[in-house]
Design a protein around this ligand. Structure first.
Ligand code: DAH
Length: 336
């Protein structure tokens, strides 16, 4: 074994390391030049068998060669890793200036939009939102609302009853929420109760067996018809425009006395003005207060109820009630 041999081995190893263009090629060079069967390893393993005077010099040179090759491997590894990382980054680069894929955005149903607006107006007057069950008892839906047995509204031709539960029915109005709230709270009470109601109606452009109502109730000391009128005027002006006027016309509801129809001024597309009947209202009948355990000598109250679907039709110019329930996206997308 001569020194030029070692020099050649080192030369060849360093050349291969530098020539490796990928980490895989570099790994091949590492195995070939520093692995157990590499020429350098064989020389190092054979040092013990050399004549003593050669051992020192061959050992020194061979170890120096191994260190040089190992250092070259380390450096080349760093270079190739950086290169491969750079290439991967370039390959996977994202152009953040490209427009993204927009997921289809939903929107609130027009009935929901109107309901929220109505709630907001009344919340602004200090009302709170109340809720009640859609499957009601006849007592809450009728009896406590001063609608005695035998009243035509209670007949099965107007109301859906529940089979096998003679006392249960789908509520025909949101008014029973008044009863539930008055039974569990003490005045002052200011509540708004939106919800779904059910009646045995055939479906057409202006009728549906399922529709939406919103109930309002105020019970306090000293409430009069003037408070009712002011509340209705504010409510409809906020909802439909500050130019609206309202007209209260005498009417009958079992649970209010006196009772009125609330009519709201309206200019149609042809410029003709008209009155639209948009709510029922009245002073809470003292009988109802007493049914609900409220002292009718001390407290008075007013109530109002309106159909949400009808107001949404006017609000959005929708000609057919059925559109609200059919869930046709071509219709619904217009409200997003
Ligand atoms: N519940 C009535 C209906 O469905 C509407 C109504 C009228 C509600 C007068 C009221 C009211 O609170 O005072 O026709």
């Amino acid at each position: 074994m001569t020194d030029p041999d070692l020099a050649n081995i080192q030369q060849k190893a360093l050349g291969d390391v530098l020539a490796a263009g990928t980490l895989a090629e570099l790994e091949e060079a590492r195995v070939a030049h520093t692995g157990r069967r590499s020429p350098l390893a064989v020389i190092l393993a054979g040092i013990g068998g050399l004549p003593p005077e050669r051992r020192g010099v061959v050992g020194k040179t061979a170890n120096a060669a191994r260190r040089a090759v190992e250092q070259a491997l380390t450096e080349r590894t760093g270079v190739l890793e950086a290169e491969e990382m750079g290439a991967a980054l370039e390959r996977d680069a994202t152009d953040v200036t490209l427009p993204g894929d927009l997921p289809p955005l939903g929107a609130l149903h027009p009935i929901t939009q109107v309901r929220r607006e109505m709630e907001d107006i009344l919340l602004g007057l200090g009302y709170r939102v109340a809720d009640g069950p859609e499957v009601e008892t006849e007592w809450h839906n009728f009896t406590a609302l001063n609608t005695p047995e035998g009243h035509p509204a209670r007949s099965s031709s107007d109301t859906f009853f529940i089979e096998g539960r003679p006392d249960r029915m789908l509520r025909t109005q949101t008014s029973p929420v008044q009863v539930r709230e008055m039974l569990t709270r003490t005045p002052p009470i200011y509540l708004v109760a939106p919800g779904v109601v059910y009646r045995r109606d055939d479906i057409d452009a202006t009728h549906s067996p399922m529709f939406h109502q919103m109930e309002g109730l105020a019970v306090d000391e000293g409430l009069t018809m003037a408070h009712l009128k002011g509340t209705m005027l504010h409510f409809f002006r906020e909802l439909l425009g500050s130019e609206r006027e309202i007209l209260l016309q005498p009417h009958f509801f079992p649970f209010t006395e006196p009772s009125v129809d609330v009519q709201v001024s309206y200019i149609d597309k042809a410029g003709r003005s008209a009155w639209l009947e948009l709510a029922g209202a009245g002073m809470v009948d003292p009988n109802v207060l007493e049914y609900c355990g409220i002292d009718s000598e001390r407290y008075t109250g007013f109530a109002f109820g309106c159909g949400l679907d009808r107001i949404a039709m006017i609000r959005f110019g929708v000609p057919d009630l059925r559109l609200f329930f059919e869930n046709d996206l071509r219709f619904l997308e217009q409200f997003s």
